[in-house]
Write a new protein. Structure first.
Length: 695
């Protein structure tokens, strides 16, 4: 029996350490430990001749062991131990001590009287514990093993005071007790593991239910990329019929379409990319369909080389809704554009039409028509400036680099813009300018930078209908060891509410009344800064004005020296082929070129241009061509002519934002002139093209 108790102490002690939350296991382990002390005391008593003291010590350990065993069982069943049992154990222990004292005084009691209370209480403990276990139907059939063993053991406790003194029966009693102890120990282990198995089954059922019924796709893949499991949501999402079809595929090679000799590295990269908020990607489904998803992936070591588990959310529908929203926003923006731009263009067209009539009338009456012609020119330049804003916006929204970017001093650009601000902001606006003492060299387009300052200043003016202060300053700003050029435009206007601030740089967004603004000013500012690698910060609150802080990266390059003025291209022997599909532009450009002294050949498309050039027997010095034309582009025309006339110089003219880059990429030796242009600009561009290289 001692050996049984010793083994049970080790088993239950080990389980208590492995499962710290199982408090009942600790109580059971202690109970078996106290029982072991009982038999150890008996062995020591026999060896030392102090058998009576050892027996009474064994009676005390029997009481303690029984109560601890009952307490552990109640804890296992998640019930409270009735306190009466503790009181009964204390009373029985007092009786043992009293009997021990009487025996020491030579007034010992008979064996039956001395042991009956102790073993009667121990038997009741076993019977009660066995009955409690047998009534606990949630324990299943395994409860019968431990329950009935305890009942029999409890009954056996009752016969100890009567049969122990009988020499022939005592060994049989100890043998039965040892056997029952083993059965109880086995029953305790069965109860423990049965509960663990039941909890495992319930947990697996819960998580299987979550896995099977989740609306998001869930899966596990091996390091090779092969699917180990896939829930029905993922199967449906990808258009397959059964999960077995997915288990035959690879996440990396088949669904992501990225065959890789090292799929584990690809999976590890996905784990990093999806932390912490996931990553958007596209999975290939059945029938080569595509599914936009939000993917989370994590490594899940399992002791067998590890695997990966993840979940995906189908965002295809959300993306469609987003695209629909963007389309509706574009329509809304076009509506605002129609109101603002059409209003401004109508004003300009009115000035042009009325000015033309007045100029014509002045010619008929012999008056000087130049004031009216200047009015027409001013209106045309205003229209050209508006289209440049639109084209600049389009260029930078496509992330194209800005044209004409050179090293320049930010202070010079701001000073140039401030020089004309006085005519724009009105007398009720107080303008204060503070420029940095040091040079702030940045890479930028001077005209765009000046326009940026003007746009910010005009926006500030419009925010102060009753007047106020407008403050423009530049400085060298250093943050986190990095120096940048800073431009600040601050006003004392009405301020910007949070809702408007969120859309402040959206194209065509404006808080001004219909016809009072196109919504392009700040959008152009943002687009220009994006192309220059800069950024802008806005600080504002309703009623407290607004501050726009522009930051531009510094550059070390020195500004290029001013080129010498291009010689006037009026050589009588210079022949130019003009190819333009728009009749009006073709006619006025031809007149400008002839007026500048060039011989001009004219064509209206690529085919016509080739025919005219090949029919011309003499030299052909330059090609002036539109880029976008029916029947073939200007780039194609230039390539064809350069094969026949390598010495030909090429000047592209176009009104599209991205045509300059397209043309210059295709033919680096060509030059570009944006529409609309003036006679001076055309003459200068063509003259520079035809001038012999210096040096």
């Amino acid at each position: 029996m001692f050996a049984v108790h010793l083994v049970m102490v080790g088993v239950f002690g080990f389980l208590a350490v492995k499962d710290p939350d199982a408090r009942h296991m600790r109580l059971w382990a202690i109970s078996w430990g106290v029982g072991t002390a009982r038999y150890l005391a008996a062995l020591v008593g026999q060896a030392t001749g102090a058998e009576e003291a050892a027996n009474r010590l064994a009676y005390l350990t029997l009481l303690v062991s029984g109560v601890l065993f009952m307490a552990g069982t109640y804890r296992y069943l998640q019930r409270e131990l009735p306190r009466g049992w503790v009181g009964g154990a204390l009373a029985a222990a007092v009786w043992v001590v009293v009997c021990w004292a009487l025996d020491a005084a030579g007034r010992g009691l008979p064996f039956l009287v001395e042991t009956l209370p102790t073993f009667f209480f121990a038997g009741c403990v076993d019977l009660w514990t066995g009955a409690v276990i047998l009534r606990s139907r949630e324990l299943g059939s395994v409860r019968h093993v431990m329950g009935w063993a305890l009942v029999v053991w409890g009954v056996h406790r009752y016969d100890y005071p009567f049969l122990r003194p009988v020499p022939g029966l005592a060994p049989w009693g100890f043998g039965l007790a040892s056997f029952l102890g083993v059965i109880v120990a086995v029953g305790m282990l069965l109860l423990y593991f049965e509960r663990g198995w039941a909890e495992l089954r319930r947990s697996e059922a819960r998580y299987r239910s979550i896995f099977e019924n989740a609306i998001e796709g869930m899966f596990q893949v091996a390091p090779s990329g092969r699917f180990l499991t896939a829930n029905p949501a993922l199967v449906r999402m990808l258009g397959y019929g059964q999960s077995e079809e997915l288990r035959a595929l690879s996440l990396t090679a088949d669904l992501l379409g990225e065959p890789d000799p090292d799929p584990r590295s690809r999976l590890d990269a996905l784990v990093v990319a999806s932390e912490p908020d996931g990553v958007e990607t596209e999975l290939r489904g059945a029938g080569d369909t595509r599914c936009a998803v939000h993917l989370h992936l994590r490594a899940a070591p399992d002791g067998e080389g590890g695997h990966y588990e993840g979940w995906v959310r189908d965002v295809t529908h959300a993306k469609r809704l987003q695209e629909q929203l963007l389309r509706s926003q574009k329509l809304e923006a076009l509506g605002r554009l129609a109101g603002g731009v059409a209003h401004d263009f109508n004003n300009m067209l009115t000035a042009i039409l009325v000015g033309s009539e007045l100029a014509e009338a002045a010619c008929e009456t012999g008056d000087d028509p130049r004031p009216e012609l200047r009015l027409i020119r001013d209106a045309g330049e205003s229209a050209a400036a508006l289209t440049r804003q639109l084209l600049t916006l389009g260029r930078n929204q496509q992330h194209l680099p800005a044209a004409g970017v050179v090293p320049l001093d930010l202070n010079d650009a701001v000073a140039s813009a401030v020089a004309i601000l006085g005519r724009l902001i009105g007398e009720d606006i107080r303008l204060e300018v503070s420029l940095a003492s040091q040079t702030l060299r940045v890479r930028a387009n001077a005209a765009q930078l000046e326009q940026l300052v003007l746009n910010l200043a005009i926006n500030a003016r419009d925010a102060m209908p009753e007047g106020g202060g407008l403050y423009v300053s530049t400085a060298l700003l250093t943050r986190a060891g990095e120096s940048r050029a800073q431009l600040v435009v601050r006003d004392e206007g009405v301020g910007i509410d949070p809702e408007a601030r969120a859309r402040l740089f959206d194209p065509f967004f404006t808080t001004k009344p219909l016809g009072k603004g196109t919504g392009l000013g700040l959008a152009t500012v943002y687009s220009t800064l994006t192309s220059l690698g800069g950024e802008i910060e806005v600080t504002s609150a309703p009623g407290h004005g607004a501050t726009f802080q522009v930051l531009l990266p510094l550059c070390e390059e020195e500004p290029a020296s001013e080129p010498a003025p291009a010689p006037s291209a009026t050589a009588a022997d210079a022949t130019v082929l003009l190819v333009e599909d728009d009749a009006s532009v073709r006619k006025v450009t031809e007149r400008l070129l002839r007026g500048a002294g060039y011989d001009v050949l004219v064509a209206d498309d690529m085919g016509h241009g080739l025919a005219v050039a090949r029919a011309h027997p003499g030299a052909l010095n330059a090609l002036v061509s539109d880029i976008v034309m029916p029947g073939g582009s200007g780039v194609e025309l230039a390539r064809a002519l350069l094969e026949e006339r390598p010495e030909l110089r090429v000047l592209f003219v176009s009104g599209y934002a991205d045509q300059e880059l397209e043309g210059l990429r295709a033919l680096p030796q060509a030059a570009f002139l944006a529409k609309p242009f003036t006679s001076e600009q055309l003459s200068a561009a063509l003259g520079a093209l035809l001038s012999p290289p210096s040096g």
